[in-house]
Design a protein around this ligand. Structure first.
Ligand code: ATR
Length: 270
């Protein structure tokens, strides 16, 4: 008997590709689902979306630099993605392509694993797409959000848009500031040993999350641990957002223990 084609999902661009391939395929195998997940490197966002329609690709994970650009080529996006202005997941129901944002869920769930967020004082470093996504999610829990960003115009614009405080550049941020949680939403540390803050400038015993996940053990993550903080690796956010993607692609509950195992194995190898 002829074997039917697998249901194809994949990711377009960026370094999350490898991690997504490992996590999603392990989950598909675990549940014996006829899905497969591959990493694509499309020439353009439009080309990727056209291919999705023409080839009947069920789902695509979207990473930088396509998260904003793809929106114009989709038939629909959910309310959260509209508000945030970025999509990281596209689902093809056979007729229409709809965009979603699972990054917000990933970031907030990674924080909620270790702390409550209600009325917490939070420092967000950065004012790009990642910062907007995180701030959007945090606003459901607290208004005490202070944004630090190198570029003043971008810092002010994010602060105005979300009704939070812009505190200026990183030079204004010190270890004796009054905050509970600090989140790095800049790209500093991505594929490098750079860090946005060293241990002497991090508030001891606070909670520090890095959204950078390549390398999996970023310098900021290590510096935060050295400062006696609860440090949350960017891989936690990646794992949770991937579970939500699985649910959108398959309509089933994600086997979280499988995603957890893949991420833990990756972390243990570093
Ligand atoms: P993303 O969508 O991933 O957030 P982005 O929109 O390019 O990417 O935003 C990158 C963020 O990292 C910005 O806040 C940027 O600061 P500026 O607005 O000042 O450019 C921040 N960033 C990148 N490199 C930086 C560096 N070396 N020092 C401080 N901030 C940096």
């Amino acid at each position: 008997m002829a074997k039917s084609n697998p249901i194809l999902c994949g990711s377009i661009a960026g370094s999350i590709g490898g991690m997504g391939v490992k996590m999603h395929n392990a989950a598909f195998r675990h549940l014996n689902l006829p899905y497969t997940y591959v990493s694509f490197e499309p020439r353009s966002a439009k080309g990727a979306v056209d291919a999705m329609r023409n080839l009947g690709i069920r789902g695509l994970g979207v990473t930088m630099p396509f998260k904003e650009e793809v929106i114009q080529y989709l038939d629909d996006i959910d309310e959260m993605s509209k508000d945030i202005g970025a999509v990281n997941t596209i689902v093809n129901d056979g007729e229409r392509l709809k965009g979603y944002n699972t990054d917000e869920y990933g970031a907030i769930t990674a924080l909620l694993e270790v702390t409550s967020l209600k009325n917490r004082k939070i420092v967000v470093i950065g004012a790009g797409g990642a910062a907007k996504t995180v701030i959007w999610g945090l606003k459901r829990y607290t208004d005490a959000i202070a944004v630090y960003n190198r570029n003043q115009d971008k810092g002010n614009s994010v602060a105005q848009r979300f009704g939070v405080a812009y505190m200026g550049g990183l030079e204004n941020l010190n270890a004796d500031m009054d905050y509970d949680i600090l989140i790095n939403c800049t790209s500093v540390g991505f594929k490098s040993e750079a860090t946005i803050l060293t241990r002497d400038r991090i508030k001891p015993k606070s909670i520090v999350m890095d959204i950078v996940f390549t390398p999996v053990a970023t310098t900021l993550w290590k510096e935060a641990q050295a400062a006696g903080c609860t440090a949350i690796s960017g891989t936690r956010m990646i794992m949770h957002q991937a579970c939500r993607q699985f649910e959108l692609y398959t309509g089933l509950d994600a086997p979280r223990e499988i995603y957890e195992k893949v991420i833990t194995d990756i972390l243990n190898k570093t």
